[in-house]
Design a protein around this ligand. Structure first.
Ligand code: HEC
Length: 163
């Protein structure tokens, strides 16, 4: 009886050892292939960021002007983008990147925007597009902002082409 018990214990231990070796071996394997694993994971996150434009992801690609051009359709209710285009509810945005804040001749800006000073560099545009009311309180652009950082990058990349 005692021998059978001992035998059982030995088999049990051997099993634990085998399973343990497999798990440990797996760890060693993934640690030994650091190049491959993150590269694949990175590609997957990239696709995710590209399809879910609303999600904030650490894996952002540089702005894509072609996508930005599509994204500014929502702005076109109030803005024109072509050279010499009319001011509508909002000012024409041709050449906006690098221009001074309140850049358009003949457009009646709010006092807040007219008196703000500074230039529309990519940083300021990013803040404005994230939340116009936070960046220049008292402005009259009735637009909540662009939630997706990726989409803001795309829009700014498109605005940069307007020169
Ligand atoms: C509902 C109308 C409306 C929409 C939609 C809108 N804007 Fe505007 N925008 C305005 C108005 C009005 C102003 C002027 C604000 C002020 O003077 O307070 C303005 C100002 C701006 C300015 C500053 C221009 C300057 O000469 O300093 C930028 C840049 C801008 N908008 C970009 C955008 C972009 C990009 C979008 C789309 C993502 C957008 N706006 C959507 C109405 C709008």
């Amino acid at each position: 009886m005692k021998t059978v018990y001992k035998l059982g214990a030995a088999v049990g231990l051997a099993l634990v050892a085998v399973v343990g070796a497999k798990v440990f071996g797996g760890l060693v394997y993934s640690a030994a292939a650091p190049d491959e694993a993150p590269r694949v994971a990175g590609a997957m996150t990239f696709r995710k960021a590209a399809t879910q434009s609303g999600s904030a992801s650490a894996e952002l690609r540089p702005g894509d002007a072609a996508l930005g051009k599509k994204a500014v359709k929502v702005c076109a209710a109030c803005h024109t983008f072509d050279q010499g285009g009319a001011n509508k509810v909002g000012p024409n945005l041709f050449g906006i990147v690098g221009a001074k804040i309140a850049h358009a001749e003949g457009f009646k800006y709010s006092d807040a925007v007219a008196g703000h000073g500074g230039r529309w560099d990519a940083g300021n545009l990013g803040k404005w597009l994230t939340n116009p009311k936070d960046f220049i309180p008292g402005n009259k652009m009735s637009y909540a902002g662009v939630k997706s950082e990726q989409q803001r990058r795309d829009i700014i990349a498109y605005l940069e082409t307007l020169r």
